[in-house]
Design a protein around this ligand. Sequence first.
Ligand code: CA2
Length: 147
Amino acid sequence: MAQNKTMLVMNGPNLNLLGKREPGVYGSGTLADVETMCRDYAKSAGYDIDFRQSNSEGELVTWLHEADENAVGVAFNAGAYTHTSIALHDAIKGISNPVVELHISNVHAREEFRHKSIMASACIGQISGFGVRSYTLALQALIDHLK
Ligand code: CA2
């Protein structure tokens, strides 16, 4: 059987607005641009990308469960659920795939409510503050981890 070489890139609430509002915080690229960047980066390393966005916490939980079968690792920008969701923490703990938490902005240099990540302790690491390049840095971290 062929080896699974798919990495899941998941995006949480409001990230569908990327490039349409708040360019000073999140840049001017759209989520479609980020998807292209992730696909190009992963392809050069021999991986495929399954790229998704949802505004629903439950859907994100279900996708994490399914990733255990369908992917080898997860790069996850959970948006504001990062700071609130015990359900996402538990879902990450409940799968065996490595998950990297990522953020476009530097959450530690922003409002205090963004300093706490409920999911960080369930992830293999966190990347924050490198603009949309945080996505390819997260993929690089996953690829290195999987070697
Ligand atoms: O910096 C990140 O990537 C965040 O995960 C983005 C979340 C925020 O709640 C986290 O604290 C940090 C917000 C995503 C909303 O994205 C928008 C993009 C454009 C316009 C409005 C929202």
